[in-house]
Design a protein around this ligand. Sequence first.
Ligand code: BTN
Length: 316
Amino acid sequence: MSVETSARILRILLQGPGPVSGQALAAELGLSRTAVWKGVAKLIGEGVDIAASGGRGYRLIGRPGKLGPSLVAASLSSQWLGRPVHYFERTDSTNLRAKTLAVAGTPGGALVIADFQTQGRGRLKRVWRSPAGRNLLFSLLLRPRLELRSFFRLTMAAGVSLSRAVEELTGLRPELKWPNDLYLGEHKLAGILTEIAGQAQLLDWAVVGIGLNTNAAPAEEKCTCLASCCGRKIDRLALLDAFLVRFEALLDEGLPAEEIRAGWLELNQTLGRMVSVEDRGGRVSGLAVDVDADGALLVETGAGLRRVVCGDVLPA
Ligand code: BTN
């Protein structure tokens, strides 16, 4: 029984409220009654609370509180991005899992999502901590036609899509801090970790990993979460779906460099500030003036314009 099939059953039951007979489900989905029964059993096994009332059919008892592969799949309205779903109640790191899928030749689009990570990873070998079952922790395996040098466009596109998804669902407008963070004011809301592999200057695969504090701010200083800003619990899957729909549109358009850059510029909180960036080549200090089409930060220093490709931006 595939996740897609149980997700289709769940999608119908989520429309609620009344019971839906096994026969009606089978007819609507083009399945046998046995397949429907197996699908319902799979959903129950994933923790979805379903009442099966004799001749009247199946009915959801409340909206599931806990994530599970079928619930995640049933919540997505994107066409291809986010499929198939690989859900883990607990795993080392969704980026590590997605990279394993990439190396095994899995097609682009796959989503790895977890409720808890034991080795959540951030940029520059940092740790990403998040309490179990509260926040969004996921990675996407992508295989876009992109030159290796332009891979950062993926991070920018993901950042813009995520900020817009948050705005749609909460009215809050997170800003983007170069290179890969979402901030609400002075507090970090989300981080993006993009990892890539390729050859002959072309990208083979990319894993875009996102940690978004929806309902709990990790203990780290200067972090925040959406729930504490909005005063209500945030539906993680509605947010994930809003993000995927936007990100998918940019991927389908072939990651248009200028459109992504314009979106990023509109949301950025880095340019126009005096900054100090620890680059591979040492510390670069000056006025952050621009971001080029490949996402490099341009810093006006006393000794001329410097192009910075990675590092942490600190106030100068
Ligand atoms: C950063 O701010 O340095 C980037 C943090 C990225 C964290 C996410 S959580 C889901 C995915 N899996 C990981 O191990 N890391 C990313």
